[in-house]
Design a protein. Sequence first.
Lengths: 115, 883
Amino acid sequence: MPPSKAEVLQGTLDLIVLKTLDTLGPLHGYGIAQRVQQVSEDLLRLNQGTLYPALLRLEQRGWISSKWGVSENNRKARYYALTKRGEKQLAAEAESWERMAAVIARLLAGAEGAP
Amino acid sequence: MNILRSLAMRLGSMFRKRKLDADLDAELRAHLDALAEANIRRGMSPEEARFAARRAFGGFEQTKSLYRDQRGLPFLEALVQDLRFGLRMLAKSPGFSAVAILTLALGIGGNTAIFSYIDAWFIEPLPFPHPDRLVIFETQDKKHGWTSGGVTSAADFFDFQKQNTSFEQTVAWTVANFNLTSDGSPELVEGGRVSCNYFDALAAKPILGRTFTAEDDRSGAPHVVILSGGLWQGRYAGDPKVIGRSISIGGEAYTVVGVMPGTFQFPLMGVANLWTPLALTDKQRADRGNVWIPAFGRLKPGVTLEQARAETATFFAHLEKEFPQTNANLTWLVSSMTDRIRTEEGGPEVMICFAIVGLVLLIACANVANLMLARATSRTKEFAVRGALGATGRRLARQLLTESVLLFLLGGVGGLLFGLWGMRWIESQIPGHIRAYIVNYGHVDLDFTTLAFTVGITLLCGLIFGLAPAFGSSRLDVNRTLKEASSQASGSSQSARMRRIFVAAEIALAVVVLISATLLVKSFIISVRSSPGFNPANVMTAQLTLPKTKYTQDSQLRNFSEEALARIRSLPGVVSASVASYVPFGGFGQGIEFEVVGRPLQPGERQGAPFTAVSRDYFSTMQIGLVKGRFFDSTDAYGSSTSVVVSQTMAGQLWPDEDPIGKKLQLGEQRTVGTIVGVVNDVKIYHLRQRRGWHIYVPMTQFPSRNLAYAVRTAGDATTMATAIRDAIWSVDRNQPVSSAPMETLIATVDAGNRVVTRLMVFFGTLAMFLGVIGIYGVMAHLVSQKIHEIGIRMALGASPAQVMRMVIGQGLKLALIGVAVGALAALGATRSLSTMLYQVAPNDPPTFIGVAILFAGVAAAACYVPARRAARLDPLVALRYE
């Protein structure tokens, strides 16, 4: 496996999906998968299928909602949208992610200075 | 919140599977199509595009499966799946299922029924508030280790009542019979005479009126009575204005002051229809010599039993010094009332039955586990295929476990029904009279504790005995099994060994049960067949008590008893008639203290024996045999010198080397001197398992009695004479209640407990044997079907059918004999705990042990015969081709 293509961790996937829906508004599964790929510039390896159980999980938790609609090319598609609770969850997760990233960054900087 | 919401969604989704599956499929396909279209736009050929899309998407079915797991509750879904599959498997082999469920239902039901009694006896607290503070008092002889059996002397009691500091309440009580003569036909009812604080100490509140006061409990106070709920509902038709009403008891007027609820019961007293105050006279209260009155107390809160015991010990040490004549060596044994009631009536019997049904359940479980193991071996191929298709060992084991728990649960449901029926049956077998001594009148219900017990044992057995086959299958070697699939000898040797162990254990347990059951049944038969010392067939009894108010003179008593006897004797169908102060099995008898003339007793030493005043022809009517001397005759008339007849054992023990005839006894407080004129054989008077005892008979002409028990030998069926005899008595005095019953009924009532136990033993003993036979048959039949190939080869090589049969039966018998030997050894130890319930049968009774062993070997051989014959009749050609 090429080292650059990291497996997507579950928690991370949740955050990515929530953020995507926050930025782009209601979107179908294919759209979300495309967006994830674009943003990560193919650095993240995502089996697009694994996205669907994740979407269901987020829906069960009440962070996103879904309804059937019609896609750009006139196909029946299921659209996912962020809920109010999902927005709160996104804010909370983003914050904790940033805090964690900061800690890791500091740790790595320190480690470089050490012998 | 999140968890609940998600759980609800997941649960909800389980019921819309088809729709959701369709949706998912559409969604995923749309995704794939979109990917493919994008690829085409990038210039791929449609085929290439679809292929690349699939690659980018990952496993389609895998995604679906992951999605479904996330959508529903995989654990629950698998369970539902297993249950459905399990039910299908059960329905596919109805014979196996029926046998397994039936045996489990019988085993679990038996345990449910018996446990409901264990619960009522040993687990539920007595139905009084703070029952742990209730204790009973009884006089105990420290030197001789003798205990009075729940009674004390009145003076000891009242002194202790006055001086003690440990008890909130101390209560004396006694049972009594009351003649109800007003309001309808005369009726003799049982009841109690009690201290005024009796109801307070038991914390029982009346439903009408009041309980007794200290004023009521004085000798000479106006007569008052409290009715039981039952008597009030029955005889007084639930009259709400009954309080203040005057009723006639034994010819005296009593004012009703209270009515107790129908649920109130004091098991030590037994049947109680009404209560009057004890109201002892000053002389009776000061009596220290007679130990006769039952007493109990309620401890003050915070006072321990030990503290109370210490106080009584000090108190009685003091009395011993003060009254050496009556109180030498005497003290009180203070013991928990709960323990007393539990050991009094039926406790040991219930425990024995519980042990037996427990063993039967174990046998039933082993049996079912065995059948399941057999089925698991014949399903090896099925499991191998499923294993090859990706089912993990754990998943297969879980399925088997689910199946077995399902089987046990079905058995449990059947068991509950059977148990309910059993509870009602046992209840119906206990005579009403005896039920009054059992907590809650012997009525048991399927309460929470019992239900929890049933569900508990069902699940526990299901898990434990379901694990065996599940464990075997989880270690299945898929590869090997599939390769060997054609050979029928696929049951792993480990599982086969397990089954043989199960069968041997099952037989061993069944042998223990059958030996125990046989010993108990044998005891019962011996006791029932044993002669009570008289011939009870065709004897009718009629008992009454003449009231002190109307019959004040001895001459009146004598006239009544003789007049009534003469009228009974002249009835058609009467062979002979007699009257006595007490008939055997007729309730509480009377005792008398005596001293042999010329052998004075030591101070404090006492000697007593049951005592009956009888009419001349009592012995001939009852057919009690004369051993020596003569029966009473016309010379033993009123006014002539006192004659005495004693029992054989008494004569033998008092005068081992002398002729008892002509010896003199001083009887009772009057120290009346009587001469022994005859010796009769021993008679049992309380129960059939009684040891031979002492008995003193005197002529009723010389000892007139207020208690009259007519014993009438009839030409035909005694029961048809009941009314005629009662009318003959009523023709002398219409106001005297008479209770009549055939002698045989009196005996059966006393023996009811043993009768119930015996019937249960017959049932469970047979069941145990039946289960053992099923077990060995199952194993042998399975063995033969697995060895068809081997048997075919043997026969092709020249083994004769007889040899094949011998081989199969031999293998079965070997198992059976191991089981029988182990069982017999275990029974040697186990039956020792039965010894208190056995009568004239040793716990290691050789005929029982040998008989059961032979019986088991016999039925085991018979059970093996069927599969053996099948093996012997095999056509070797067919057998060899059989796959």
